[in-house]
Each structure stands twice: as structure tokens, then as C-alpha cells.
Design a binder for this molecule. Structure first.
Ligand code: ATP
Length: 438
């Protein structure tokens, strides 16, 4: 992954609450313009990870890097992120327009652009001339904000050029104190950039455009307490994206909605992400939600990341039985690598090209129920007896007990009676070999 594309990076992040280790070493890169989902069961640390990105929690150890700068200690309001909380947290006494506009009104340092020439109120006109002149002066200084890497290199150079005769430990101490003062100086310079609030006209344009994006046109002046759950959800999202964060953090944002609305919102959120270009980080324990919306899924377990990949990668090549079971249905059977091209499971040996595991290693073998067919015993790669059959709406879920005792589930459109001897057929490329889990 090219570093220039990385928007946020978590480096060896851990988090303890008292003596409980909630995050145990998270390393994650999120690129610009991605829809990333943190997926895992309740309590695995998804929300804590999201809150660390947003600045609502600080890591116990590790770093948060945003566009190359270390923002580990920055409070939420100084980050280019915005969060949509599960509760929406709207202002009940305000209408839709004012709820969305609120953040734009209160941000007194919202923008470092000259005041526009038209559409100004009387007071805005008074401020405009002075502000525009100040900004022009600042912009005429030819200096770019420094990255953390630039600052580290500068501090290192000073130590090497002027203090190389000192002991290694003293050099390191000096380096750290020089780096701290360079960072402070840089921060002061960046913060000295003149900034002004948005004008009334700018706020109106911005709010109207996001109202259109989230399909709430016509409801601008409706009190939010008279809206449905789905509409309130839209207001919460509009309120967050109107501030144009580089990254939007969504914490189980669809969980309060009923199934039908949740499905609609899943598509709308994905569309919104594409049309705004804002990076979305979404937390959910719902695998289908993750599969529908994400460019990248981060599967978590007990404070660790188990796997990062596209929906397809995670579905087709899960790294272990935990991921395989979390995404989709799966059959997992113990297997053993016989030689670099053969694996043995359920008492039979199968050809699998490009085995990555060592000979004699035991592995978990995964077969997805939809990749299996029930055939005549003479044509089956595995043999067994139908143990149960359930109709699941569009297919039958058939459990077959294999001759060596394990149960394999098959999704099929054929009805097969319980007790019948059957064969199970599949393509060898549908065999997935995974690291064995304890
Ligand atoms: P859920 O889907 O239920 O929200 P999650 O995967 O988002 O779960 P977290 O909310 O990150 O999990 O919580 C991880 C663990 O940390 C849980 O055991 C939780 O009880 C604990 N935890 C979270 N916040 C705190 C806190 N402020 N103080 C103490 N423990 C906390």
C-alpha cells in the first residue's frame, strides 16, 4: 500500500481499561475515499478502536497517525474526523435545518478563505476587509506545513551536525527535546493561520446541499422530534458531513432501524460515501451490513485484528475458522497436508494446487455449503447419510452425516429425504485451507 494514500494509521495501538486489556496491538491503515467496516462480535473492541481514531479515547500505548502527522494526543475537535453516534444526539428543540447548521454556526474558525464579495450581512461586511488583508499576508509567506517525518529529520540533523561528540544517550535525550520544540513551533505556526466563521449565505448553501444528498428536501423546517427513526438518522449523518470531515466515523449507526429501512440506508450510505469522497469508518457486528457496504472489512476478535480484506477476499480466503464462521456459513473439517499438492480430510485425499502449508501440518479445511452438491453415491467425493433437511426460503439446508461421523451442511434446491445415502460433490478449487486455531 502506498503511504501517500493512507489517511489514518493505527500503529501498535493498545488500550487498557483498568486491568482489562481491550485492544491488544492494533495495526491498521485506512486510505482516502475508502468505506471501511470494523466487524466483530460484541465486546471485541470495535467501538474503542473507532473512539481512538476520533479522539474520544487515547491509546494506552501506540500511535494514531493522520496524513503523516502524529495526532495521538489531539482532542476530537482538533481532528479532521466527525462521528455519528448510535444515539444520533440531535437537538430536540431545533428543526432539521438548524440541527444540520449548528456545527457551522458555532465554528468561529471554520475556514481560511477570503470572505466572498457578495451575499454578506452588514456585520460580515465590516469584518471582511480586515480579515481578507490578514489572510493575504499570511498566504504570501512561502511555507508548507511540515510532516512528522520532516520534523524528525530536522531534529536528527541538528543533533548529528552540532552534538555528535555527545554520548548516544545524551544525543537521544537532546533529539527528543529538540523534536518537542520543533513540534510546538510548527503547531503555533499552523494555528496562526487566520480563519473566519462561515457567512450566513455560505451556511445556507451548504445545509441545502447536504439536505438534498440525504433526501430530506422539503423537511428543512420540521422539528426533529417529529421525524421517523430513519429521518433522524439522515439528519445525524447530514450534520456530520456538512462539516466536510476527511473521515466520518459511524458507530453501529443503523442498528436502531428496522430491517427494511436498514437495508435502504446501507445502499444510501454507500452512495453517499462515493458522492462525497469522505472516508467512512463504520462499526457493526452485522456481517451482511459489512459485506454490502465495505471496500475493506476489518474482522476483529478479543482486541486483535484477525483479517483485513475486501468482502470477496474475506469470504473466499478466510485466514481461520473464526473469520470463516463470522462471514457466511461454512463447514470446517480437520485436515492434514500429505505433500505439497495433497490434503487429506474426511478419510480421503484431495489434490489442491499451491498449498502454502508444510507437509504433515494439520489444518482446518473449509467448504462453503453453497459450493457443495448432493449427487448419487457413486459420483460423490464424500459419502454420507442425510441427517436433517430444512427449507430456508430459497434453498434447502441439508445436513449430511459423513461415514467418519462429522456433519457437512449443503445448500441445495433439491429436496432429499432424511436417511437417504448420498454423495457430496465439489470442485477442488472450492477447498480452502486455513491455519488451525487453538
Ligand atoms: P459492542 O458491539 O457491544 O459495542 P465493541 O466491539 O464495540 O462491542 P467495545 O465497545 O470497544 O466493544 O468494548 C470492548 C470492551 O471494553 C468491552 O468489554 C467493554 O465492556 C470494555 N469497555 C469499553 N469502554 C469501557 C470503559 N470506558 N470502561 C471500562 N471498560 C470499557
Amino acid at each position: 500500500m502506498e503511504n501517500s494514500e493512507v489517511l489514518v494509521e493505527l500503529v501498535d495501538v493498545t488500550k487498557n481499561f483498568g486491568s482489562t486489556k481491550v485492544l491488544k496491538g492494533i495495526n491498521l491503515q485506512i486510505k482516502s475515499n475508502e468505506f471501511v467496516t470494523l466487524l466483530g462480535p460484541s465486546g471485541c473492541g470495535k467501538t474503542t478502536t473507532l473512539r481512538i481514531i476520533g479522539g474520544f479515547e487515547y491509546p494506552t500505548t501506540g500511535k494514531v497517525i493522520f496524513e503523516g502527522k502524529d495526532i495521538t494526543d489531539l482532542p476530537p475537535y482538533q481532528r479532521s474526523t466527525n462521528t455519528v453516534f448510535q444515539s444520533y444526539a440531535l437537538f430536540p428543540h431545533m428543526d432539521v435545518f438548524d440541527n444540520i447548521a449548528f456545527g457551522l454556526y458555532i465554528d468561529k474558525k471554520a475556514v481560511s478563505l477570503p470572505y466572498p464579495e457578495t451575499d454578506l450581512t452588514f456585520f460580515e461586511k465590516l469584518k471582511a476587509k480586515r480579515f481578507n488583508a490578514k489572510l493575504e499576508k499570511y498566504n504570501n509567506q512561502t511555507r508548507e506545513p511540515a510532516s512528522i517525518k520532516d520534523m524528525e529529520a530536522k531534529a536528527r540533523k541538528i543533533v548529528q551536525e552540532k552534538h555528535s561528540s555527545l554520548s548516544q544517550a545524551k544525543q537521544e535525550e537532546l533529539y527528543n527535546s529538540i523534536l518537542t520544540s520543533i513540534k510546538e513551533e510548527e503547531k503555533k505556526w499552523v494555528e496562526s493561520k487566520p480563519a473566519r466563521p462561515f457567512t450566513k449565505a455560505e451556511i445556507k448553501t451548504k445545509v441545502e446541499s447536504v439536505i438534498k444528498l440525504v433526501n430530506l428536501t422539503g423537511m428543512e423546517h420540521r422539528n426533529v422530534s417529529h421525524l421517523s427513526g430513519g429521518q433522524r438518522q439522515r439528519v445525524a449523518i447530514a450534520r456530520a458531513i456538512v462539516l466536510r470531515p476527511k473521515m466520518l466515523l459511524l458507530d453501529e449507526s443503523l442498528s436502531a432501524l428496522d430491517l427494511k429501512l436498514r437495508k435502504e440506508m446501507q445502499y444510501e450510505l454507500k452512495e453517499l460515501q462515493k458522492s462525497t469522497g469522505i472516508t467512512f469508518v463504520f462499526v457493526t457486528h452485522d456481517q451482511e451490513e459489512a459485506l454490502t457496504m465495505s471496500d475493506k472489512i476489518v474482522v476483529m476478535k478479543d482486541g486483535y485484528i484477525e483479517q483485513i480484506g475486501t468482502a470477496e477476499e474475506i469470504y473466499n480466503e478466510p485466514v481461520n475458522r473464526y473469520v470463516a464462521n463470522f462471514i457466511g456459513d461454512s463447514n470446517i473439517i480437520k485436515g492434514e497436508i500429505i505433500d505439497p499438492k495433497h490434503v487429506k480430510f474426511a478419510g480421503k485425499t484431495f489434490l489442491v494446487p499451491n498449498i502454502k502449508f508444510a507437509v504433515d501440518q494439520t489444518v482446518d479445511v473449509m467448504l462453503r455449503p453453497e459450493d457443495l452438491d448432493i449427487v448419487y453415491p457413486s459420483k460423490g467425493k464424500l459419502l454420507g447419510v442425510v441427517d436433517s433437511i430444512f427449507f430456508k426460503g430459497v434453498f434447502y439446508e441439508v445436513d449430511v452425516r459423513l461415514s467418519e461421523g462429522s456433519i457437512v451442511t449443503i445448500h441445495t434446491t433439491d429436496y432429499i429425504p432424511v436417511g437417504k445415502d448420498v454423495g457430496i460433490s465439489f470442485d477442488t478449487e472450492d477447498i480452502t485451507l486455513m491455519e488451525e486455531m487453538e
